[in-house]
Design a protein. Structure first.
Length: 410
């Protein structure tokens, strides 16, 4: 195949207050599969050893139900969901796990990245809750839209692959640090780990207001906090370069309105930042925003979309394994920020209380952060590869990042 089809999962966990039946969820999933055409496909390998969608003999969306045991149960199950590939050649590219209890349940959805992004996952959760909690709501089916590479602006049609800037190349500084310190056992692949936390309503409300004052964005501030935290963890007396990848929502740049359709409508630009012990938080936050804006201004936003399309349209090598163009070696951290989600809290007698998202990544990526803001609270989750980043250091980076952020807000 042209890339690793089995391990590109996106997983979201929604905490739901209120009682609902398994039958009602089963009915909701059947409707969801009608509403979104991409939930009616599986992946097959054609005679040219390339993956393609197939509508033949696709069963219903798999649903597994277990009893909810405790508050942190969902986070441990989310780890397991990330580790296990979808059965993409025989089943739909979405599966559901429900941690069920009479008062509070956790709905965990896992889908292949080729059919959707994090925002798509949030829309799917909303669809499910609306179907169950508001049985009289409209049941609209959505149109089957073209692939994303067919609805990007014409300015990109003469795209030619360019080499990465030298500042983007090279090994992750975290991997280099822990290898040099002999803290890693790279011969033993340890499992991925997750931990989560929230910002309070006051902190969540204060953050965008302060970012506007400083002429930057919330995402710029989040990136600055974690980049500075990584630098603090590395403890280098010299200047260092830290590379951050940002999945960017490209919906507003497409040639048609994709609305709330399921799709992988993101680009993944990387930015490199040179840090010293004198680097200022808000200067760095502005630099992140400016560099991402420059990607857009230079017409480079769709480069990874086009490279993926070019790779999939070419023959894979003889062993069927080539690197995916979106797996850029040397990235220190990926920060996915869905922003302030326009999803209501109440669905009849059901209440959406929390929402967390994270995705799988290349084995060389040791740190990834998922962020979603919902009902005036920011929900954050950290995914780290224990083989590459010891647990204590992952928690140190998180704690330092939040200290950086909250100090900047003071």
């Amino acid at each position: 195949m042209s890339y690793n089809t089995s391990l590109r999962n996106v997983t979201l966990s929604a905490t739901i207050k209120g009682l609902f039946t398994i039958d009602s969820l089963t009915e909701a999933l059947a409707w969801l599969q009608l509403r979104h055409s991409r939930l009616r496909v599986k992946i097959v390998i054609n005679n040219q050893n390339q993956p393609q969608f197939s509508l033949e003999n696709v069963p219903p969306i798999p649903l597994r139900v277990i009893e909810r045991q405790r508050e942190e149960h969902w986070c441990r199950e989310m780890e397991e969901e990330l580790r296990h590939p979808l059965n993409w050649s025989e089943e739909p590219l979405l599966r559901i796990l429900l941690l069920h209890s009479p008062d509070v349940s956790n709905l965990i959805i896992t889908f292949h990245h080729c059919i959707g992004d994090g925002l798509s996952g949030a829309y799917l959760i909303r669809d499910i809750l609306q179907f169950i909690g508001e049985p009289d709501s409209p049941r609209e089916l959505l149109p089957d839209l073209p692939p994303v590479d067919e609805i990007i602006p014409n300015v990109t049609k003469n795209w030619v692959k360019e080499d990465l800037d030298d500042s983007i190349k090279g090994e992750s500084i975290l991997i280099a640090t822990y290898q040099n310190n002999q803290k890693l056992n790279t011969s033993k692949i340890l499992p991925i780990r997750l931990f989560h936390w929230t910002l309070s309503s006051m902190e969540t409300t204060k953050l965008p207001a302060r970012c506007r004052e400083e002429k930057t964005s919330v995402h710029g501030a989040l990136c600055a906090a974690f980049v500075l935290a990584i630098a603090a963890e590395v403890k280098s007396p010299n200047e260092i370069i830290i590379k951050c990848r940002t999945p960017v929502n490209i919906r507003k740049y497409l040639t048609i309105d994709v609305g709330i359709n399921l799709g992988e409508y993101i680009a993944r630009p990387s930015t490199a930042h040179r840090l010293s012990q004198r680097t200022d938080f808000w200067d760095l936050a502005r630099e992140v925003k400016d560099k991402l804006n420059q990607v857009i201004a230079n017409g480079k936003l769709f480069d990874d979309v086009l490279e993926a399309s070019a790779l999939l349209s070419s023959n894979s090598n003889k062993d069927g394994k080539t690197s995916h163009p979106r797996d850029v070696k040397g990235t220190d951290i990926v920060i996915t920020n869905l922003g302030n989600l326009a999803i209501k809290q109440e669905f009849g007698k059901l209440q959406l209380q929390e929402l967390y998202l994270i995705a799988t990544a290349a084995k060389t990526l040791q740190l990834s952060i998922g962020v979603a803001t919902l009902h005036e609270k920011m929900y954050l989750i950290c995914r780290y590869q224990e083989s590459l980043l010891p647990s204590a250091n992952a928690y140190n980076i998180k704690n330092t990042a939040m200290q950086q952020l909250l100090t900047a807000l003071a």
